[in-house]
Design a protein around this ligand. Structure first.
Ligand code: FES
Length: 519
């Protein structure tokens, strides 16, 4: 069969559908009403596996993450990661459990409401993170008390802004998505600038003559300000830089690493993760977390009763081990050596080493240690976010991921400046949807507040558990299916939190009484 351009025809068990340019086989099938089996949509679960009987496809992710050599030789592909390059013919068992749409509490398909076209402010609202990043850079360079003031101002902006600005429930139709991708790419120069400013702030000399140039350009003596910066304000600089690496670096990287159809986005996402010394996240998050979210095998899902501090340590160790395990499995399935350039974990470590080497070049040993502390701070922040997004939720690994398996929020400032990461319920239910198209899922389980607000609450475990325990019990009552109620009862019994243990005991007693009555 002659190879023609992308955007062609696919025959699924003999039924013809059109595939638009750049569209995956799964997207085309679902768009045309075919109940194609799917679950994660990010190449992590294997539910959309099918056999390519004729034609050619372009694989967006290495098939070895899920398919072994024999399956690949027999023509198996993942529909969610395959873009047809010619007319194709597919064999698949249709009608298997599918998550063809996502609503708050249930998996039933919802009719798509017509979306109004996006206006100027719909685009502009997503550029706020650049202003936050530039503000942090100015604070770091201004030195002394300005650093601490900048940190407090940014945290206050998020907490107070989310408290007073309400929810953003709009999902307009964006006609120029490239604009919204380009501004994500700007995160890389922005995080580089913030990191340079932070490391310059502890360097002994004036690397690149940056301080002299800035002083002559602005009239503000940044070198004198740096000399006057005390230890306490340097600690603020670590927190502020770590916050920026987490918010501007990691959150943007998270959005980019899901874009398997765009190699530039994937590469920029990996470099952004190098700043928090955590490029393994790009493997574990997509092929591990999205597959196992809200189950006991997911390192990023915190069980009931765990504190955020324990979670940072446990999730860091387990997610790195999981990434290594996933990558080694892929290499083995593809017959490639583990200790080689083919290993994405090793390549990621090399990227982090380059970033650390640059920090050393700018700030010497002190700069290197300072930047490492900032990067680890950014990594810890990621684990705090994982903690609050899925804390205590349960799911049977065999069941499809639904919006109820994430804590969601539609607070306005968080949504705008964190690229709708806050619309986490829809993100996990349909991992291939770009951030601007995520739905608010107003009837999904809701977080206590906006992202920064909840982050601060997690740092106070007694208060966190006091606030979250009623929400978990409400989740068990309002969202869990019968199987999940059993899992939730077990999680409550093991939580070590008195109210949850009591609820587990009451539930067990209720079941016993019900079964003795029925006998
Ligand atoms: S691998 Fe395609 S839906 Fe999960």
């Amino acid at each position: 069969m002659a190879v023609i351009k992308e955007g062609t025809a696919a025959h699924i068990n003999g039924q013809r559908i059109d595939v638009a340019p750049g569209e995956t086989l799964l997207q085309a099938a679902l768009r045309q009403g075919i109940a194609f089996p799917n679950r994660c949509r990010v190449g992590a679960c294997g539910t959309c596996k099918c056999r390519l009987a004729e034609g050619q496809v372009r694989a967006l992710t290495p098939p070895g993450y899920l398919l072994d050599d024999d399956q690949i030789k027999r023509g198996y592909i993942l529909a969610c990661q395959s873009v047809p390059r010619s007319d194709i013919s597919i064999e698949v068992a249709l009608g298997a459990p599918a998550a063809t749409s996502a609503t708050g509490k249930i998996a039933a398909p919802a009719p798509e409401a017509p979306r109004e076209p996006a206006g100027f402010w719909d685009y502009a609202k997503y550029f706020g993170f650049h202003l936050v990043g530039l503000s942090a850079t100015v604070a770091l360079l201004a030195g002394g008390g300005w650093i601490t003031a900048g940190l407090l101002a940014i945290v206050s902006f998020y907490i107070l802004g989310d408290a007073v600005s309400g929810n953003d429930l709009r999902t307009p139709r964006y006609g120029r998505p490239a604009l919204l991708t380009g501004h994500l790419w700007l995160a890389l120069p922005l995080v580089s600038l913030i990191s340079f400013a932070a490391v310059w702030g502890v360097s002994a000399g004036d690397p690149l003559g940056f301080g002299a140039w800035l002083t002559s350009w602005t009239g503000y003596d940044v070198i004198a300000a740096r000399e006057a910066t005390t230890l306490g304000h340097h600690v603020s600089a670590v927190i502020l830089t770590g916050l920026m690496i987490g918010m501007i670096g990691t959150i943007t990287a998270h959005e980019l690493m899901h874009r398997t159809w765009d190699k530039v986005s994937l590469l920029i996402g990996r470099w952004l993760m190098a700043f928090s010394l955590d490029t393994s996240f790009t493997i574990e998050h997509v092929y591990g977390h999205h597959r196992y979210v809200s189950t006991t095998v997911d390192p990023a899902t915190a069980p009931r009763g765990r504190s955020v501090y324990a979670h940072i340590a446990i999730s860091t160790v387990k997610s790195n081990a999981s990434a290594w395990h996933i990558e080694c499995g892929r290499l083995r399935r593809q017959g490639l050596p583990v200790w080689s350039v083919h290993n994405a974990v090793l390549r990621g470590w090399a990227m982090s080493a380059v970033v650390l080497a640059l920090a050393w070049a700018v700030g010497g040993a002190v700069g290197l240690a300072f930047f490492a502390a900032c990067g680890l701070m950014g990594k810890a922040l990621l684990e705090v976010v994982n903690y609050m997004e899925h804390y205590g939720i349960v799911r049977d690994p065999a069941a499809a991921v639904q919006p109820r398996h994430s804590w969601n929020t539609n607070r306005r400032i968080s949504s705008w400046t964190l690229f709708n990461l806050s619309r986490h319920s829809h993100h996990h239910a349909q991992g291939d949807v770009p951030y601007q198209d995520l739905k608010p899922m107003a009837d999904a389980p809701m977080m206590i507040g906006g992202y920064l607000t909840v982050m601060v609450l997690t740092l106070l475990p007694p208060l966190w558990h006091a606030l979250m325990t009623p929400r978990l019990l409400a989740w068990d009552r309002d969202f869990a299916d019968p199987g999940e109620r059993t899992l939730a009862r077990e999680a409550n019994a093991a939580s070590g939190i008195a109210a949850l243990v009591r609820a587990a005991n009451q539930s067990s007693r209720g079941q016993l009484e019900a079964s003795s009555v029925s006998r």
